[in-house]
Each structure stands twice: as C-alpha cells, then as structure tokens.
Write a protein that binds this ligand. Structure first.
Ligand SMILES: Cc1ncc(COP(=O)(O)O)c(C=O)c1O
Length: 420
C-alpha cells in the first residue's frame, strides 16, 4: 500500500482541535524551509537566480516572511497581494507584479513599492504610462501561442488570454525603448502542475532564443528572464518529485548555448512558483460528521470544497490519511464528501480507506497551495483557520477562522428596517 506521511500525531492534532474546531489547514514550516533551501541550492548554478513566490498559492504574510528569509521575493497579481507583500516586508524589485486586466490603482501601488511590473498586453504600455508613469524597468509576458503546448490546468496557449504575441513583443519593446525604458525582462507562464523537467528546459530555450532575437533587432539589453511557475507536485503517492537539479542543469546548458554564445551574459534567471513551494507541506484537517450509506458509502466531512476546491474543480487527486488508522487495511470503498449542496463537492470518489467512523480525523494532503486561497463563501460557508506547525512542534494560528459576523459584515441590516 503506497502512502504519504503527516508531520503530526493524532494526539497532537486532537489537542489542537480541543481549542480550535476543524476544519483548518496546517503548514509544516520545517518542510517548507528545507524545500526552499533545496530549490535555491539546485538553482545556484544558474546566473542571478531568484524565486518570486506566487502569493496567490498561499496568501499568508507569515508564510511570505518565512520565504523572504530564504531570499524569495513575491509574485503578486492584485492590489491586496501587493499590500500583503508590503506587510511581509517584501518591497522594491523583490516584487514581481503580474496582473490581468489591471486597474490604474494597482499600477500606481506597484510603482510606489518599486515592484517590477510584468505587462500582460501591448495596450498596457500606454495605460501604465498614463496611469502611473513608465518605470526604468519593465517586463512583458509572452504567449507563445502555437509554439508551445499547454496542459490540463492552464490550457492551450493559443486559447489563453495571457500575454503578448511574438510580433507584439517586438513592437512593445521598441515602443518602450523609445519612451525611455532602460531595463528589460521577459516572462512566460505556460504550464501548471507540470511534472516533466524537460518542459521547463524547453521553455527556457524558447525564451533565450527570443531574447537573442529581440536584443539583436532592437539593440536592447535584457536583464532577466522569468520562466514562470508551474512546477508540479506528486499529488499521487506513486508519483515522483520534480528534480530541481535536472531543470537547473538543463537551463544552465541552454543559457551557455544561447545567452553566452550571443554575448548576452549576464541575464538573471527567475522563477515564480507557488505550488511546488508550499503545496506538499500543507494539510487540510477535517472531522467526520456523518457516515451515510445509500447506493454508495459516504464519509461526510465538516470541510467542503470551500476549503479545497481542486478535487471538485479539476477532478484532482488528493491523498487522504485517516489519522491513527494509517496501518489498518484499506479495504473500504468510500466517496469522501464535503458539506456543500453541490454534488461535485467530493474530496475523493471510490477511495479505498480503512473503516471510517463518525469523529475520525481525516487529513487531506497537498493542500498547501491553491487550497485555502481558492476558498469562497457559497452556501454560507465560512473561511477556515490556518496554522503553522513550527519546527519545535508548536502550532501557531496564522489566520483565524471567519465568524458569522465577518460573513455579514458587508450587509446593511439596519437599512432593512426602512426597506419595503
Ligand atoms: C502568472 C502566474 N505565476 C505563477 C503562478 C504559480 O503557479 P504554480 O503554483 O503552479 O507554480 C501562477 C498560477 O496560477 C500564475 O498565474
């Protein structure tokens, strides 16, 4: 039986539940830091490496601060994410601002923080100039269209709304050069949850070649390339971790072949991963409220897709451990369901588990990225708490659970009195 480990015991979690009811997320600090160090070490062979953590994956300032201590910046996609980054002490060019359909106030805040702005469209050059002024450094997001295959989550680049076409990049950088921009970056993000290291090496090659062409034709010097995020994680126990060193080595070789060979060294290499940074080190902890036996057998949890949407949204596999029953035979076939009035609110379908009873604690693995962050309030579900498991074994609450007062805070009940 293939399995996954949890970094806490049933007794430790039961102690936490006495004070804070389930559901909640737990993030393992030690494992996050060890992984961050491993990524940094592997990529130390490429020029000027920096990882900008994709804040959208786990927008919590405690996590961001831990990663800042490991030399990571933040990749922000909205005004609240820029503000979170500022609160975590990550400012200036330690922020990459990659947004969509960006309003003026977001560009203004990004400029105020000194963030690197990554433009999503040709028309945004003039919009940025008018709304916040053009900075000295600008990056553009490239959509390779038919040149690159996408994957299940991100789709086919040709069908994706993101980025500049190849031709638009030539127009855009020329325009920016004429307008006085001095420092340039190039970015793409064409995969999500991709487990094949070759994919990222190939992406780097495409970008390096494009940089060589752009530099030559426009006589501009690129300062960095951002290879995006999208490194996948082994959600299934039988899958393997993506070897960082294989990607780093492939990128370094491609760099020598294209960047050094064309006299374009130094060019800094950036990543903006989210999932692979925190995903495997986050756990959704939930209690069994009811068992239900109709045409199938159901384990009904107090969590729901508002706590972790990936299984319902993508049919994604998330491993499940029944705490304290890890070593029992997994011979019972269950659908593990959430409490939402939505039939696709299922964490697992036809999953073999040990016999489950009311009150059992289930841990849903790999919930540390695009998990809590994707939560919502449909069905009046309240957003749950987040805890950090510190290296000394203590739990620190890094986000409290929402209350009904929070949920009602945007409604004006007093106005109801005079409303007929
Ligand atoms: C622009 C951008 N960068 C980075 C990421 C992070 O992706 P991942 O968590 O798969 O690494 C995303 C994810 O949606 C994204 O849209």
């Amino acid at each position: 039986m293939v399995s996954k480990q949890v970094p806490f015991t049933k007794e430790e979690i039961t102690g936490l539940i006495e004070k804070y009811p389930t559901p909640f997320h737990v993030y393992d600090e030690k494992a996050i830091i060890e992984n961050a160090m491993k990524l940094r070490k592997a990529f130390s062979i490429v020029n000027g490496f920096k990882e900008y953590f994709a804040v959208k994956a786990l927008p919590n300032p405690y996590i961001m601060k831990l990663l800042k201590n490991e030399g990571f910046g933040s990749d922000c996609s909205s005004l609240p994410e820029l503000l979170l980054s500022e609160k975590a002490g990550i400012v200036g060019e330690n922020i990459m601002f990659s947004s969509n359909d960006t309003p003026a106030e977001e560009f203004i805040k990004a400029r105020e923080l000194g963030a690197i702005i990554n433009l999503d469209d040709l028309s945004h050059i003039e919009f940025l100039e008018e709304s916040a002024g053009l900075p000295e450094i600008v990056c553009c997001r490239y959509n390779p269209g038919p040149l690159k295959e996408g994957n299940a989550i991100i789709g086919n680049p040709e069908e994706a709304k993101y980025g500049f076409t190849r031709e638009q990049l030539f127009t855009g950088y020329r325009m920016m050069k004429e307008k006085g921009v001095k420092r340039f970056g190039l970015h793409t993000m064409v995969a999500s949850n991709e487990l094949d290291p070759a994919y990222f090496i190939e992406t780097a090659k495409i970008l390096f070649e494009l940089i060589a062409e752009l530099s030559k034709e426009l006589d501009i010097k690129f300062e960095f390339v951002n290879l995006g995020g999208g490194i996948g994680i082994p959600y299934r126990p039988e899958q393997e971790q993506v070897p960082y060193d294989v990607i780093a080595k492939g990128v370094a070789e491609a760099y020598d072949e294209t960047i050094r060979a064309n006299g374009l060294h130094p060019l800094k290499i950036f990543l903006e991963c989210g999932r692979v940074i925190t995903g495997p080190y986050g756990y959704l902890v939930s209690s069994v409220r009811h068992m239900k036996h109709i045409y199938k057998d159901y384990v009904g949890l107090d969590a729901c897709m508002a706590n972790l949407m990936r299984p319902a949204l993508y049919g994604a596999y998330h491993h499940i451990t029944v705490l304290g029953k890890e070593h029992e035979d997994h011979e019972m076939l269950y659908d593990v369901t959430g409490s939402l009035c939505e039939n696709n609110d299922k964490f697992a379908i036809d999953r073999l588990l040990p016999e489950v009873e009311r009150g059992d604690i289930l841990v849903i693995h790999d919930a540390g990225a695009h998990g809590h962050a994707m939560g919502f309030n449909y069905n009046g579900k309240l957003r749950s708490a987040e805890f950090l498991l510190r290296p000394d074994g203590s739990f620190v609450q890094i986000r409290r659970a929402e209350t009904i007062e929070d949920y009602f805070a945007t409604l004006d009940f007093e106005g109801l009195a005079g409303f007929e």
